[in-house]
Design a protein around this ligand. Sequence first.
Ligand code: ATP
Ligand code: NCN
Length: 208
Amino acid sequence: MSQIPKYGDGRSISVGLLGGSFNPAHAGHLQLARYALTHLRLDQVWLMVSPGNPLKSRAGMAPFPDRLATARALADGRRIIATDIEARLGKRYTVETVSLLRLRFPRVRFVWLMGADGLASLTRWRRWRDLALIVPMAIVPRPGSNRTALSGQATHALRHLRVPARQGPVLSRRKGGVWAFLPAPQNGISATALRDSGHYPPALSRTN
Ligand SMILES: Nc1ncnc2c1ncn2[C@@H]1O[C@H](COP(=O)(O)OP(=O)(O)OP(=O)(O)O)[C@@H](O)[C@H]1O
Ligand SMILES: O=C(O)c1ccc[n+]([C@@H]2O[C@H](COP(=O)([O-])O)[C@@H](O)[C@H]2O)c1
């Protein structure tokens, strides 16, 4: 992975991990990545393409190289990077992936990024309570998911770890055990809608 630098010089950097199926990648991912770069004061966001979301059916899932290609089309290779690292680690469960990434990149301070739909489904993720303890999480709103997410079981169970959105800029300084729901602008786009409308790969609205 040439764009992911080696950190031999003692620097530490902050990286937002946007894990996803990217079936395909779309403007909602780009908007989330850019928002996180600015509002969490991150150095990079990695669009980490999942080899297979454990909760999603394989039916309708495009091959991994195709999904990676759509993520690469969004990335700028500098601050927004598409990566196949989860597949190369041979992992699918986020808690395992993040644990390995922390070992592999000891000088990187990771923040897990996701939309409100992820928070709504979190209690079905493997060892989700452990995940919340090993990586700070930043969640952005998403039309149709916010109420379910914020009144859901994960929000309730993890309420003692929640911090106000104004702490977004310092989330990456924490090793985990902290999450925030951020007031990001909402975007109704989804990969499902793009697939349903036959847009694969999508028309990407890039401005950089
Ligand atoms: N429009 C959006 N607003 C906020 N977050 C989003 C948006 N689209 C995707 N995300 C987030 O990006 C991550 C990866 O999403 P994913 O690749 O599954 O796209 P998707 O549009 O949700 O796909 P699908 O419709 O197939 O479920 C998830 O954390 C998801 O919540
Ligand atoms: O670890 C789990 O159990 C788990 C369950 C569901 C989803 N995830 C991760 O959540 C991220 C978003 O998935 P998706 O398919 O909604 O884009 C992606 O990195 C998945 O691997 C992880």
